[in-house]
Ligand binder design. Structure first.
Ligand SMILES: *Cc1c(COP(=O)(O)O)cnc(C)c1O
Length: 443
């Protein structure tokens, strides 16, 4: 079956690279904690003619004509987002997670204001005030980090810092924190110092939908998210919020806009022009899929798989940052090893296990090599793997890490075993268009 007949005819180079990437993604274990597999339906919506349309503005108030149908599409995306997360307000226009977070700053702060967030090496995102990002250049980050001993948040420490520094906003959310986040505890601190509380759930939204992670929506002024990663929608961002601003009277009296209006204005015309309607349609489809009972099972199974993998790796003598996981995410801690996180990630990739090197709490090595590898179970779960399959995954990880010095000899065998194993699964968005089942080395 030919999947891209037109592309194949008109632009063979791009066609062939997409074909090879499909092959690569269907013969390797996708363990990058921020990726997953979208469905055929999401791909169809994103590949639709909606990419042709301009619709600057918001539903019912556009600067271009011909948007009656498009308004219905964006309304569906908004309503589904609100329903899915029980939110009062949703904006689905941000082009990705970083632009969504940028809009949060524009809606809540003035340049030079203080915010609390985690530095990147501690597991925070670039947009939480990191020095090379707009958020660190234009605003002042007051850093907080998980305790280097326990790998968990020390709420007393965070409260002390907040009271001393009095930031106007607190980010809570991470790219590499394997534990549950208690938003209620952060909300108490934000309340005490009159700060906005903003959750960034890009990594864990499906766990919240499945009810296996605390829900930030009741406790936070704004909740920011991506729709790719474990939610399995297109690459985009969205913002959920309360309608009213808790600090309206004191904070932004000149505008008389409520919180929802300020967010909408920050996104458009503050930061963006025309919304990507094909992507918004794909997002609506992904939200629809996330309302199905199977999606809850997926969220539950992600955590079961991660806990099982953690248990198996611990039993083989590995160390995990924070001692384990209660999300999708594990961070292998190689501080005691001769090899670095980067060397381990490269050896794993050569063998067909695709992950990334990552700092561990208290990491003595530089961020360019690190002592950790971050793993996520959401893509394997989307393929249909369960706890039994984690035994194979743990064995392969162990075989790679045991053989790092002679990985060139060992990796081709592991790579082929993994390719054969993957061929047993019906991968969303790929099956039955799998190009071939044998793995072809990348030249
Ligand atoms: C991925 C991520 C983002 C940003 O997403 P992009 O779409 O890559 O810009 C923001 N916050 C967190 C916590 C993330 O993990």
């Amino acid at each position: 079956m030919e999947r891209y007949p037109h592309l194949k005819q008109t632009d063979y180079e791009i066609y062939d690279l997409i074909r090879l990437q499909t092959l690569y993604e269907s013969t390797t274990l996708k363990m990058i904690a921020s990726e997953s597999y979208v469905s055929f339906s999401v791909l169809e919506a994103c590949g639709s003619i909606l990419t042709n349309k301009y619709a600057e503005g918001n539903v019912g108030a556009r600067y271009y004509e011909g948007n009656e149908l498009v308004d219905k599409i964006e309304t569906l995306a908004i309503d589904r987002a609100k329903q899915l997360f029980h939110a009062e307000h949703a904006n689905v226009q941000p082009y990705s997670g970083s632009p969504a977070n940028h809009a949060v700053y524009r809606a809540l702060l003035k340049t030079g204001d203080k915010l609390m967030g985690m530095p990147v090496p501690s597991g925070g995102h670039l947009t939480h005030g990191w020095k090379v990002n707009f958020s660190g250049l234009d605003y002042v980050q007051i850093p907080y980090s998980p305790d280097p001993e326990t790998g968990k948040f020390d709420m007393d420490q965070i409260r002390q810092t907040a009271k001393k520094e009095r930031p106007k906003m607190i980010w809570v959310g991470a790219t590499a924190y394997p534990h549950k986040i208690e938003y209620k505890d952060f909300a108490e601190i934000a309340e005490e110092i009159n700060a906005y509380l903003v959750a960034d759930i890009a990594h864990i939204n499906a766990l919240i939908i499945a009810g296996v992670h605390p829900d930030p929506v009741p406790y936070c002024d704004i909740v920011s998210s991506t729709s790719h990663k474990m939610l399995r929608g297109p690459r985009a961002g969205f913002l959920l919020s309360k309608v009213e601003d808790r600090f309206q009277s004191t904070y932004c009296p000149e505008h008389k806009l409520n919180l929802a209006q300020r967010i909408d204005r920050a996104v458009f015309p503050g930061l963006q022009g025309g919304p990507h309607l094909h992507i918004i349609a794909g997002m609506a489809t992904a939200f629809h899929e996330a309302m199905m009972p199977e999606f809850k099972n997926y969220g539950v199974q992600i955590v079961k798989n991660a806990k099982k993998l953690a248990e198996l790796l611990l039993a083989k003598g590995y160390r995990l940052a924070g001692g384990g996981t209660d999300t999708h995410l594990l961070i292998l801690d190689f501080r005691n090893e001769q090899f670095t996180g980067k060397e381990a990630a490269k050896a794993l990739a050569k063998s067909g296990i695709i992950a990334n090197f990552n700092m561990v709490p208290g990491d003595p090595r530089s961020p360019f090599v690190t002592s950790g590898v971050r793993l996520g179970t959401q893509s394997l779960t989307a393929m249909g793997m369960n706890e039994t399959d984690m035994e194979k995954v743990a064995d392969w990880i162990h075989r790679v890490c045991r053989n790092i010095t002679r990985i060139d000899e060992e990796s081709p065998n592991i790579r082929q075993e993994i390719a054969d194993f993957c061929s047993q699964f019906q991968i969303p968005g790929i099956y039955p268009y799998r190009p071939i089942t044998r793995h072809v080395p990348i030249k």
